[in-house]
Design a protein around this ligand. Structure first.
Ligand SMILES: CC(C)(COP(=O)(O)OP(=O)(O)OC[C@H]1O[C@@H](n2cnc3c(N)ncnc32)[C@H](O)[C@@H]1OP(=O)(O)O)[C@@H](O)C(=O)NCCC(=O)NCCS
Length: 374
């Protein structure tokens, strides 16, 4: 089923991230028409409303959707009691004891349509907007996933039979300038909170380069490096990658715990990528690979990046064998690996079909005992 997403807030982005990892076919998103208070980095391409789809999914979208056939909304309040805008603000103001999320089919009136699912979270007397927003952000992705699964089970027809009631509408415009300032602060606090929670993984630096986990801001540089003919010709899978495929790959990364992608930064610029995979913990062996951005090549960056990684793997992680595969016609890379102390272990014959002929992969490795001697 093709899903077209409406919205571009932090909640929309987090929810799409989960749906992509769960294999949902999100064809793209329509951004909010005004910059949202808490914006998100959408893991999907921006598309036009006439993009082919079976279902519209709106999450904190700020405009009325005109064509509402098979359109569903994730409303950030419990319906029908809490319709309209700025629900979190009104929740605190009215000293409510609970708030929640509602997944409903869209009708021609605002927040009024058959309710498929609702879920709630507690509200305490000392809560601030950011506390409620944090609860929302934790709940929304899984709630939306569950709601879509239920919708899939009951089907569009039965969705029309679900309970509906005219909602109480809370209106925007009652918020004064101080409160708007509060929203802005909320945004900063939240973005920091969630960033801190996701900040983990390897960080290595030698005063000249920094190695850290790949993040969303790297995706386009990474894609361009990956798609450049001077990189692609050496890769096993050498088809051009689209923006959509790149985003979907990134969204799936957290699930792939056996493979790590690290960005090499030089003077705050993307300079390349390192991949660690085939981790064999029982035998303390791992595979490594790296590609350097074109404008950064032949400046010693790969040499420094490998030295940092080998120090880290052999000394800190107590790995015993680091290995790699390199195409037999990739002379620059073979020279680099020899210079670093890698030795040829064997040949994978005719393992690469490129330019209408077979090529071999050379298998090379460096052992802990030999690295220590260097
Ligand atoms: C191979 C690659 C990683 C080298 O990165 P780099 O940062 O340019 O390498 P360095 O500047 O650290 O060079 C280190 C050594 O590699 C070898 N080397 C690098 N580029 C070379 C080239 N164009 N021709 C011949 N040797 C080359 C040299 O031995 C060099 O040492 P030297 O400068 O003392 O001669 C980079 O060219 C690249 O990303 N290539 C495309 C993707 C790729 O092949 N990835 C590896 C797949 S196995």
């Amino acid at each position: 089923m093709k899903i077209l997403v409406y919205g571009s807030t932090f909640l929309t982005a987090r929810t799409c991230q989960l749906l992509l990892t769960e294999g949902y076919n999100l064809v793209g998103y329509i951004p909010n028409t005004r910059p949202p208070a808490v914006p998100g980095k959408m893991p999907l391409p921006e598309v036009s409303p006439d993009t082919k789809h079976d279902l519209k999914l709106s999450i904190q979208y700020n405009q009325k959707i005109i064509e509402i056939k098979n359109a569903f909304n994730v409303h950030t309040g419990l319906l029908p009691e809490w319709g309209g805008s700025d629900i979190l603000y009104h929740t605190i103001k009215k000293k409510a004891k609970e708030q929640g999320l509602t997944f409903h089919k869209m009708g021609s009136d605002y927040d009024f349509g058959p309710i498929i699912c609702r879920t709630s979270y507690p509200v305490f007397p000392d809560d601030k907007i950011e506390d409620l927003y944090e609860r929302l952000a934790l709940l929304c992705p899984l709630f939306t996933l569950g709601s879509l699964k239920i919708l899939n089970k009951i089907g569009f027809k039965k969705a029309d039979l679900c309970f509906k009631k005219k909602p109480t509408l809370y209106l925007r415009g009652k918020i004064d300038l101080n409160e708007l300032e509060l929203y802005r602060k909320t945004k900063d606090i939240l973005l920091k909170k969630f960033k801190e929670k996701t900040k983990r993984g390897i960080r290595l630096a030698d005063g000249s380069i920094l190695i850290r986990p790949v993040n969303q801001d790297d995706l386009e540089s990474l894609r361009q490096l990956r798609n450049h003919p001077e990189t692609r010709r050496f890769l096993t899978y050498n088809k051009v990658i689209s923006k959509k495929q790149q985003h979907a790959w990134f969204a799936r990364l957290p699930q792939n715990t056996s493979c790590q992608y690290l960005t090499i930064e030089k003077e705050d610029q993307f300079a390349g990528v390192i991949r660690l995979d085939e981790q064999d913990q029982a035998n303390r062996s791992i595979r490594i690979g790296a590609d350097i951005a074109l404008k950064h090549r032949r400046q010693g960056i790969a040499t420094r990046a490998y030295q940092l990684m080998l120090d880290y793997l052999f000394i800190k992680k107590r790995i015993n064998r680091v290995w790699l595969l390199v195409a037999d016609f990739n002379q620059p890379a073979i020279n680099l690996y020899k210079k670093l102390g890698f030795k040829r272990e064997g040949i994978q014959y005719q393992s690469l079909w490129r330019d209408k002929k077979w090529h071999h992969y050379l298998m090379m490795s460096i052992l802990r005992k030999d690295y220590a001697k260097e």
